[in-house]
Design a protein around this ligand. Structure first.
Ligand code: PGA
Length: 248
């Protein structure tokens, strides 16, 4: 049984004061649900969110991490630093990091491997550009991201990884993939995991859809068989909107 995971991705939004105000409001709205809810926030907000959400079942995630244990990597944060704060998830390989911060399948793989040495669950993002979709290479491209990012990862570890399918053309554009398009790719991702691993392993992996998910489209997206959750950017910034999505 896969428990759906609906995670907010705040990107570079919210000061600590704003994060605390959100968390208090969200906590008061949150009555517990059948889905796992989480907020992936800027580093500066993580400790406060872990504290406020303690005992509620609401998870907290980071949006990036470095793959080395420690060292002269100015501006970076290690897995151990995140573990000490007590975060539950860490997004890896978001398309914005691939585009603006030179993230590659190789660094995604290194980061996932390092996260898997501890309790933090990686949320690995994959997804094609509009050009790739229009030229028909979308499936080959997503397959290559999966094979590169998951290279050398054992089946038992694979079950801890969340895969987020986020078509780049749907992120922050207001133009979500249709439920059929999202389902088609999420089913392809599951089939690729069956090919790379086995049916039992693939069956346990949470596959999210992300890209302009909002209260108005959450139900039809979440009702797809192969979609086990959502990664929500803009609509996770307001507590009532995010709550509506979780209550889809
Ligand atoms: P969006 O972002 O919901 O604002 O489209 C999704 C994401 O980038 O994770």
């Amino acid at each position: 049984m896969r428990i759906p995971l609906i995670a907010g991705n705040w990107k570079m939004f919210k000061t600590k004061a704003e994060a605390v105000a959100f968390a208090e409001e969200f906590k008061s709205l949150y009555g517990g649900t059948d889905v796992q809810a989480a907020i992936c926030a800027p580093y500066t907000n993580l400790e406060a969110l872990v504290e406020i959400f303690r005992g509620t079942g609401i998870g907290v995630g980071a949006q990036n991490v470095h793959f080395e244990d420690e060292g002269a990597f100015t501006g970076e944060i290690s897995v151990k630093m995140l573990e000490e704060i007590g975060v539950d998830f860490c997004i890896v390989g978001h398309s914005e990091r691939r585009q603006y911060f030179a993230e590659t399948d190789e660094t995604v793989n290194l980061k996932i491997r390092k996260l898997l040495t501890g309790p933090i669950r990686p949320i690995m993002c994959v997804g094609e550009s509009l050009e790739q979709r229009d030229s028909g290479v979308l499936f080959d491209f997503v397959k290559s991201q999966l094979e590169g990012g998951l290279s050398g990862i054992a089946p038992e570890d694979m079950k801890k990884i969340v895969v987020a399918y986020e078509p780049i053309w749907a992120i922050g554009t207001g133009r979500n993939a249709s439920p059929e398009q999202a389902e088609e790719m999420c089913a392809f991702i599951r089939q690729t995991l069956i090919d790379m691993y086995d049916e039992e392993t693939a069956d346990e992996v949470i596959i999210q859809y992300g890209g302009s998910v909002k209260p108005a489209n959450a139900t039809e997206i979440m009702n797809q068989d192969e979609i086990d959750g959502a990664l929500v950017g803009g609509a996770s910034l307001k507590a009532p909107d995010f709550m509506q999505i979780i209550d889809f």
